[in-house]
Write a protein of this length. Structure first.
Length: 332
């Protein structure tokens, strides 16, 4: 989960910087000296030399028309730095160097990603919180903090859950309101939304589970499954959540005295069980061939068979057909 949403956060920056690093149709007006200094940054292969060339450029030409292109080119370079410690150092250095709001919007997400990869969640949130205090609609920063908070929650660290839910909610609001960042092309925005929106709902499901709100967790995973119906993980989680609800309902029914109230409770339990069966069938069908989900898939197959037989007079007839109904269509 973290990988997908981290990529989605950085993808937004990549969409912006890739367009900026392409050869522009209308070259900004700049002196030959400025152009030479900018070219020196691009040509430097050593990170220390690149940073020095960028520092020299900003000190000498702080108002240069080439400055935005230089900043974006450096961020584009940072995205490809593999060494985590080096990436943190470089990103923070560029953050100190490029102070314009548009530059910070590009650089801060890379700082957060680098700090998160370096297992420095506190520092990642500190950097993100400081930026969001001035730029509350910074989508890439919101998405990356959600990813970091979700990853920490998976490690049993609930420190960032409340903040992550807040940021997740706002990121979803921005995307669903179609608040596209100005520098992102329409086609890139469409591609971005198709990946990040279901991931945000999926993260919201986990964060709500950790916070103890199973109703909101179920609603979030349901929404994620509607937006990304081919993702098995949503149905794996839904099956577990709904099964827990069924178990609670079944125990409640078993403890009740005979009568109309107990009969109504039985209807509720059976309705929940049918929902569990459907979610299991979805999860089993979509997780076929998914190595990461094979263990849970085998467990769900056993559970599904038991539940299905209970609801169909101890017969499994039709169970495989139910699973097959939810399998993805074969690619031509």
């Amino acid at each position: 989960m973290r990988t997908r949403i981290i990529i989605s956060g950085i993808a937004l920056i990549a969409f912006i910087t890739s367009a900026a690093t392409a050869q522009p149709r209308n070259q900004p007006q700049a002196s030959p000296e400025e152009q030479k200094a900018a070219q020196a940054i691009a040509a430097a292969t050593d990170d220390a030399a690149k940073l020095k060339a960028a520092t020299d450029f900003i000190k000498k030409y702080p108002k240069s028309a080439l400055r935005p292109m230089v900043a974006r080119g450096l961020v584009h370079h940072l995205l490809d730095v593999k060494d985590v410690a080096q990436k943190v150092t470089l990103a923070q250095s560029y953050q100190e160097l490029f102070k314009e709001p548009s530059e910070q919007e590009l650089i801060v997400p890379v700082v957060i990603e680098a700090l998160s990869d370096a297992k420095r969640a506190d520092d990642a949130f500190a950097a993100g919180n400081a930026h969001l205090a001035k730029n509350p609609n910074s989508l890439a920063v919101l998405v990356l903090l959600v990813a970091t908070g979700t990853d920490e929650a998976k490690k049993q660290n609930g420190k960032f859950v409340a903040q992550s839910i807040q940021y997740d909610t706002h990121a979803i609001e921005l995307i669903e309101a179609n608040k596209k960042p100005a520098d992102v092309a329409d086609a890139d925005w469409t591609s971005y939304k198709s990946v990040v929106l279901p991931s945000l709902y999926q993260s919201m499901g986990l964060l709500n589970l950790v916070s103890g709100d199973r109703v909101k967790a179920r609603a979030s995973y349901t929404k994620a499954s509607e937006i990304a119906p081919s993702d098995p993980f949503n149905f794996v989680m839904l099956a577990g959540i709904i099964n827990d609800e069924y178990q609670i309902e079944a125990k409640r029914y078993q403890g009740m005295a005979e009568g109309p109230t107990r009969d109504e409770e039985l209807k509720k339990a059976r309705t929940l069980l049918d929902a569990v069966i459907d979610a299991y069938a979805h999860a089993i069908a979509l997780s076929e061939g998914n190595a990461a989900l094979q263990s849970v898939r085998q467990q769900y197959l056993r559970d599904l068979e038991a539940y299905y037989k209970y609801r169909h007079n101890n017969s499994a007839a039709g169970m495989q057909e139910l699973i097959d109904k939810y399998k993805l269509a074969a690619k031509p």
